[in-house]
Design a protein around this ligand. Structure first.
Ligand code: CS2
Length: 511
């Protein structure tokens, strides 16, 4: 059987019988594969999604697929757009497969492989700029959703300032008809819709950011304002930007995953995605032109997403960072192995106990059950979530997931113990060597801000805590914190990771 050209290596599949995933092969797939039961040709691309990475394929597209499977609702489909050079590969894979892909859901006692049919098309924007703009101005486009990562909003973390001087933003302001950023595309689409007298759409951010909708709004209005006041006013008056909290652990799909799908299910799926069974989506109910009935398939609509976001980011994402850096230092490759290490599990549990007083109660959510579930989710060895994935982008993650809890706790009477230790473990990790002297691969686009700390040999935590975009005023308002981080950093280096964790936890208990 011919294997499509220009795809990730498939040699591991040699000698296996498999079916290439296509619209025409759906009916031939083995009975163990769950397939769309609806007619894909009846869907309409009412939602255009920018950034069809693994998370979009395991989350939003699956909610749509569930709704199509349930039937009885307007058949919304997703039309995908890739903006970045890295999106070219997934574009080729999806186009090869008639935009079908499979979701492999795994945990310790279940595994299912299901073909998702809600993605009805995909364009690679650098090669199809005009077609992308046409999609965005089509009357049927009612929602433009986004997974563009934090950097994709061009908003400076600490100040909330729009990065108007960024070369990509300058490019898009100078060339409105051939943009490269989502802001350029969406602003141009709004301008054309305004001139054509067409109805507005909703911009729905699905990025894991606090106040993701407000961030998208701030970015788009700042960009549009630099184009024209009339456009900015039209967007302000017509486009809505609901905030949403998104959750589903989705590791990077590996060649090993694709090979396992060939072996177990007999399908060659070059756009497959792997995730845990758990998922959550809490969305503010403010859509300019309607939205799919996601409520019917488990999404929760609310007037205020903020407390849900805060709980998720502080406990789950912060919990990931808490065990991630020490896990890498101890030589673990997968989060589940780290979460099952009794000492790291204790660290995670103590971290969550420390953070809990900073959270507001959530209607309908039992926080004991929520934290217990985080431990269970992290311990899911079947998804093989990469420690390297969790450790990437540390500057942004420490700023978003750890520092806000620390600030809240420092306003109260309690002296946080675990949070300063998490910062110290990240700083120790940035020195680039694990416990056995193995070089660590640090992947962080913002690492340059830690240069003073690293150039000094990574010994002086005050140089790291002085980085204002990350820590703001914390070190000057709470000089005690610098000493606290320093003690842990010194202990990590001189006594080793396990001894330093034990010492910190035992002291915390003794006090
Ligand atoms: C993780 C998240 O990258 C990280 O540090 O905590 O990607 C996490 O897996 C997702 O937010 C889960 O929804």
């Amino acid at each position: 059987m011919a294997i499509p050209s220009g795809q990730p290596p498939t040699t591991a599949c040699a000698g296996q019988d498999f079916i290439l995933l296509r619209g025409s092969t759906l009916s031939k797939l083995p009975s163990t594969v769950i397939r769309p039961v609806y007619d894909r040709s009846c869907t309409f691309p009412g939602l255009v999604h920018i950034g069809v990475g693994g998370f979009n394929r395991s989350h939003l597209a699956v909610y749509l697929d569930d709704l199509l499977t349930l039937g009885g609702s307007k058949p919304w489909g997703e039309f995908g757009v890739g903006l970045l050079p890295a999106d070219k590969l997934i574009h080729a894979a999806l186009a090869e497969q008639d935009f079908l892909y499979g979701l492999l859901l795994v945990d310790s006692d279940q595994e299912s492989y299901r073909i998702v049919g809600s993605l009805v098309g995909h364009l690679y924007a650098p090669e199809s700029c005009g077609a992308v703009l046409n999609r965005l101005i089509a009357p049927e486009c009612a929602i433009v959703s986004l997974t563009v990562t934090e950097g994709g909003y061009f908003i400076e973390d600490a100040s909330g300032r729009f990065l108007a001087d960024h070369p990509d933003i300058r490019h898009d302001l100078e060339h409105p008809d051939r943009p490269v950023t989502w802001l350029g595309y969406v602003a141009e689409a709004c301008e054309r819709r305004r001139k054509l007298g067409r109805a507005p759409f909703t911009v729905l951010s699905c990025d894991n950011l606090q106040a993701n909708g407000s961030t998208a709004r701030n970015a788009l209005l700042s960009f549009a304002n630099a184009r024209s006041t009339a456009l900015c006013k039209w967007i302000e008056a017509n486009v809505t930007f609901p905030n949403s909290m998104v959750d589903r652990i989705t590791p990077r799909t590996t060649e090993e995953n694709r090979t396992a799908i060939v072996k177990k299910f007999g399908v060659l799926d070059l756009a497959a995605v792997v995730s845990e069974p758990f998922r959550q989506w809490v969305i503010e109910d403010s859509f300019a032109a309607g939205c799919p009935e996601w409520k019917r398939v488990g999404a929760q609509f609310t007037a205020d997403v903020a407390p849900y976001e805060m709980t998720k980011m502080r406990l789950l994402n912060g919990g990931h960072s808490t065990i991630g850096y020490v896990a890498d230092l101890l030589g673990y490759s997968y989060i589940a192995d780290a979460a099952c290490d009794p000492l790291l599990r204790r660290l995670l549990t103590e971290f969550m106990a420390e953070v809990r007083p900073t959270l507001k109660p959530l209607p309908g959510i039992d926080i004991d059950e929520y934290t217990a579930m985080i431990v269970r989710r992290f311990s899911n060895s079947a998804i093989r979530d990469q420690v390297a994935r969790i450790c990437s982008d540390g500057c942004a993650k420490i700023a978003k997931f750890i520092v806000p809890s620390l600030k809240d706790l420092l306003r109260g009477k309690e002296e946080p113990r675990v949070l300063p230790f998490v910062i110290a473990s990240w700083l120790h990790y940035l020195r680039g060597r694990d416990e056995n002297g193995r070089a660590l691969t640090i992947s962080d686009p913002s690492l340059a801000c830690m240069k003073p700390f690293l150039d000094d040999g990574g010994h002086d935590s005050s140089l790291a805590l002085a980085v204002r975009p990350l820590f703001g005023e914390l070190p000057s308002v709470h000089p005690w914190l610098v000493g606290k981080v320093q003690v842990s950093l010194d202990a990590l280096r001189s006594r080793g990771v396990r001894a330093a964790i034990t010492q910190m936890l035992d002291r915390a208990e003794a006090e």
